[in-house]
Ligand binder design. Structure first.
Ligand code: HEC
Length: 163
């Protein structure tokens, strides 16, 4: 009888401990990623993820944000030169600075999980292991040693907007 009571209690325990389970680990990653976003990505992609016309692209439901996680991690690790991508025929002329040496695998995973679950986006989490594999595959330099390393702001270069 004791065993039965314990079994009946199990699901209740699971529900009352919100620290466990995949849903809350997603939430924790999104929270950490939000801080990385505010420090590094926000200046260009803006608080609402809508970017800046002709300079920085929106992060709302684009094929990069919602698509292949390897390609997405590569963009953040290596950066982009400017004019490399097009969204509905629009080009964006700012360069995107590489983050390989600025951010750890964990921080990149968190910020991408945040972006994939913000601004109206809904997609699976990105794990540090996935970022690590891409970093290795493309030969990107190592990130900060500690996953908790303070996030440093990269210098922002503005490309002239052609009128
Ligand atoms: C200095 C401005 C700048 C910063 C900082 C920046 N980006 Fe970008 N990002 C750009 C520009 C400009 C492009 C497009 C470049 C091109 O077309 O060559 C881009 C492209 C992208 C893309 C692919 C296109 C899209 O809109 O889906 C993603 C995803 C992205 N950035 C995510 C991030 C994340 C995440 C961060 C923070 C870790 C970040 N960016 C930091 C300017 C920036």
């Amino acid at each position: 009888m004791k065993l039965l009571a314990a079994l009946l209690l199990l699901p209740a325990l699971y529900v009352t401990s919100p620290e466990q389970g995949p849903a809350s680990s997603l939430k924790a990653s999104v929270e950490r990623g939000s801080k990385v976003y505010q420090t590094i990505c926000l200046t260009c992609h803006q608080a609402d993820g809508l970017g800046v016309d002709r300079m920085n692209p929106p992060l709302v439901k684009t094929k990069w944000v919602l698509g292949d996680k390897k390609a997405l991690a590569k963009i953040v690790l290596n950066g982009l030169k400017g004019g490399e991508i097009q969204i509905d025929g629009d080009e964006f002329h700012n360069p995107m600075p590489p983050q390989a040496t600025q951010l750890s695998d964990q921080q990149i995973a968190d910020v991408l999980t945040f972006v994939r679950n913000s601004f109206g986006n809904k997609a699976s989490a990105v794990s540090p292991a996935e970022v690590k594999a891409v970093r290795k595959a493309i030969g990107a330099p190592a990130g900060p040693a500690s996953p908790a390393a303070p996030v440093k702001k990269a210098p922002v270069k503005k490309a002239p907007v052609k009128k």
